[in-house]
Design a protein around this ligand. Structure first.
Ligand SMILES: C[S@@+](CC[C@H](N)C(=O)[O-])C[C@H]1O[C@@H](n2cnc3c(N)ncnc32)[C@H](O)[C@@H]1O
Length: 135
């Protein structure tokens, strides 16, 4: 999150949700004097109260791997971008995970409201970047 804060233009709002109480408190203290930064303690779903966003980084809950996926139509402005990280690189189509259809990856790559692609960051790591289709 620090890179987002340091790289943003003046006035751009940053909201982050962290479920670990100690971590959330430490991060909130770290950014206490930094304007337009809000650190929320709780489940990722709290982010909906602050939506819609131009950019949403899903790096805790909401990635659809375990539990419900974030809803881009609720959480993003049209043409807003969502990033879902921590995938192994795509090796076949349709994609498999542990020998089964990779439902999380398919959810994002075939989401009707998104234009999505996968970006390989390392031999064993990839991320999905998707833009909400402008209506
Ligand atoms: C990869 S770290 C990213 C931390 C931080 N957002 C950053 O950008 O540096 C993932 C964080 O998501 C938190 N997390 C995992 N599941 C979560 C959930 N369901 N709701 C809120 N936070 C969650 C973890 O506690 C962990 O601190």
């Amino acid at each position: 999150m620090a890179w987002l804060i340091s790289g943003r233009r003046t006035g751009v709002r940053v909201v982050s949700v962290e479920r670990d109480a100690h971590r959330a408190e430490q991060v909130a203290q770290l950014f206490t004097d930094v304007p337009d930064v809000e650190i929320l303690h709780g489940d990722w779903t709290l982010i909906a109260e602050h939506a819609p966003f131009d950019l949403l980084i899903v790096d805790g809950g909401g990635n659809g791997k375990q539990g419900p996926a974030a809803n881009p139509e609720q959480l993003l402005h049209p043409a807003g971008t969502i990033v879902i990280d921590d995938f192994t690189p795509l090796k076949e189509w349709p994609p498999l995970h542990a020998g089964q259809p990779d439902q999380a990856r398919l959810h994002w790559l075939e989401h009707p409201a998104l234009l999505a692609t996968e970006v390989r960051l390392a031999p064993d790591l990839s991320t999905i970047v998707a833009t909400r289709r402008p209506s």
